[in-house]
Design a protein around this ligand. Structure first.
Ligand code: FES
Length: 261
């Protein structure tokens, strides 16, 4: 019996199909929905970053938090602190945008989803792609995606700040609908951050003996459970941050005024 090796011609060639795919299910639905969801998020984010109604006591819109410039209203500043001057009147959200945006952009799940839905590389399993060459993430610019683990530390900071904003709202307006919207959003953002593959690796990724590190093993077990829901948490937190942000801006503009806002 002849054995095929990795070098044998049979393994080098892909099946020569004359059709793009043999799949008969609605394989296009997931990339189409992903494309719609991410495009909507990008359009909303662009509007929110430049919108000026980001603060109404005691709520601050998540897209503009932390507010670090001297242009921020007194109550919106993190610990009353404004370490950055009013540089060219840049919106506060634009100054901190790099951390949460970089974290999501380099996230393993989002990478898969936008490679499929925007770049069609490939659009779905067993569906031909329009590109002739495939080099994965082995060279520039995509090799830069490896910085994801560093964005994770920044995302922890952002999650902590959004939790602090929500707790401040809870202290000053426990019955406010906005308070509960901010709390749910902060919880989802923190859970999404903790479910990160880099977080799982940091907790116990390089350990050879779990038995010698019981605390790290417990942390790893917890993070692993969250990690199994990473996709769901990615979408839930994406929508919760938009809803929370939009709600605060509507209250700040006076569009939402009922007593428990
Ligand atoms: Fe998705 Fe790290 S892998 S946030």
């Amino acid at each position: 019996m002849t054995q095929q090796t990795a070098e044998s011609p049979a393994r080098k060639q892909r099946a020569q199909l004359k059709v793009r795919t043999l799949r008969t299910d609605r394989w296009w639905l997931a990339p189409a929905l992903t494309f719609a969801g991410l495009t909507f998020f990008l359009i909303y984010g662009f509007w929110a970053i430049f919108d000026k109604s980001y603060f109404v006591e005691p709520y601050i819109a998540p897209f503009s938090s932390p507010c670090l410039t001297t242009a921020c209203p007194e109550g919106a500043r993190l610990f009353g602190w404004a370490p950055i001057g009013d540089w060219f009147a840049l919106p506060p959200g634009l100054i901190i945008l790099g951390l949460p945006a970089g974290f999501r952009f380099t996230c393993y799940y989002y990478r898969k989803s936008y490679y499929r839905s925007f770049w069609l590389s490939p659009p779905a399993c067993a569906v031909g792609e329009p590109h002739k060459k495939y080099t994965g993430e082995t060279r520039l610019p995509l090799v830069i995606q490896n910085v994801h683990r560093y964005f994770f530390y920044g995302a922890i900071l952002i999650g902590a700040i959004l939790s602090y904003d929500a707790i401040l709202a809870l202290i000053h307006k426990p019955a406010g609908l906005g308070t509960w919207i901010l709390l749910i959003n902060a919880a989802l953002i923190v859970l999404y951050t903790l479910s990160c593959h880099s977080c799982r690796h940091i907790t116990a990724g390089r350990l050879n003996h779990f038995s010698k590190h019981p605390l790290r093993y417990r942390a790893w077990t917890f993070v692993s459970k969250l990690n199994a829901k990473h996709m769901q948490l990615a979408w839930a937190s994406l929508f919760s941050v938009m809803i929370a942000d939009f709600y605060v801006r509507m209250v700040a503009k006076g569009v939402i005024t009922f007593p428990f806002a």
